[in-house]
Design a protein around this ligand. Sequence first.
Ligand code: PEP
Length: 242
Amino acid sequence: MRKVIIAGNWKMYKTQAEALDFLRGFLDHLNETPDDREIVICAPFTALGTLSKNLHGSRVRVGAQNVHWEDAGAFTGEISAPMLVELGVRYVVVGHSERRQYFGDTDVTVNLRLRAAQTHGLIPILCVGETKQQRDANETEAVIIGQLDKDLRGVDQERLVIAYEPIWAIGTGDTCESEEANRIIGLIRSKLNYPDVPIQYGGSVKPGNIDEIMAQPEIDGALVGGASLIPNDFARIVNYKT
Ligand code: PEP
């Protein structure tokens, strides 16, 4: 039985005070949330400890947005898995397209980050996806298979989440057709050696399209950027209707 995971990616938004404000508007909506889904908030490093303390006892898990592969060392600006674990973090986004595009993450470093996260008991959410240019050149499948092949070397697929995030759909309002997302996610699943890996869709998920996305048989959840910043919107997303 595959797990459903709805994760918010707050990116570089929300101070600690704003994170607490968000919780005040969000947590009450979870009384009606069915038990079949895990809810995760992937916050900036500075808000992780605050979230952990204030989510204790709730069903929401805390996630980070990056992790270094060494436990400690001269790596200015990076953060290690033991540091995240100490803050109560359970999930970590690895290989988000913004990290690959702006901060030099490659399939090699993504692989190192995935393995380090798992060594310390964190569950990585690996992001894969194609650019608009690659899609237009009919390279979507090849790009994704290439990413999986390199990123997943030596990774334990039984403790992993994958997010299919077409880059052209991130933050653009341009959602991938749900049938097409379902097709690509089916392709991803066919390349795995553990078939129950939860595979999310990410890219302009909103209250208005989540029900249709989650109705697709291969899609096991969503990675949500912009809409996860707004308590009512994220609540409607986690309370998607089947
Ligand atoms: C993301 O940041 O992973 C994302 C999918 O963003 P958005 O939902 O805003 O497109």
